[in-house]
Unconditional design. Structure first.
Length: 94
């Protein structure tokens, strides 16, 4: 498997993309997963159920439970975990 992450996107989105794509690989979702970034929104060619599962699993890879208990806000969690704000929000809403 070859995974390419766009070096032009911010580092915390690169980390998110890596965790997200690793989850697809570990779940056996597809043989080859393509990813590209456009205005910080990630798009793939697999169904929504796989996308949601991969996103939620990536959240748990990048944001440890202690961060939720010790941080006061979404912004704080994002900063401490070096995770995109939208990923933190996904964890909180789930």
């Amino acid at each position: 498997m070859i995974m390419q992450i766009n070096a032009a996107i911010v580092e915390n989105h690169q980390r998110m993309a890596l965790a997200y794509e690793m989850v697809h690989l570990l779940n056996g979702d597809v043989d080859t997963v393509y990813l590209w970034a456009e205005r910080s929104s990630f798009r793939g060619w697999v169904d929504q159920r796989q996308e949601r599962r991969a996103s939620l699993s990536a959240v748990h890879i990048l944001i440890p439970p202690w961060a939720i208990g010790q941080c006061d806000s979404v912004a704080d969690i994002s900063l401490v975990c070096d995770a995109p704000v939208e990923l933190v929000e996904l964890l909180i809403e789930h």
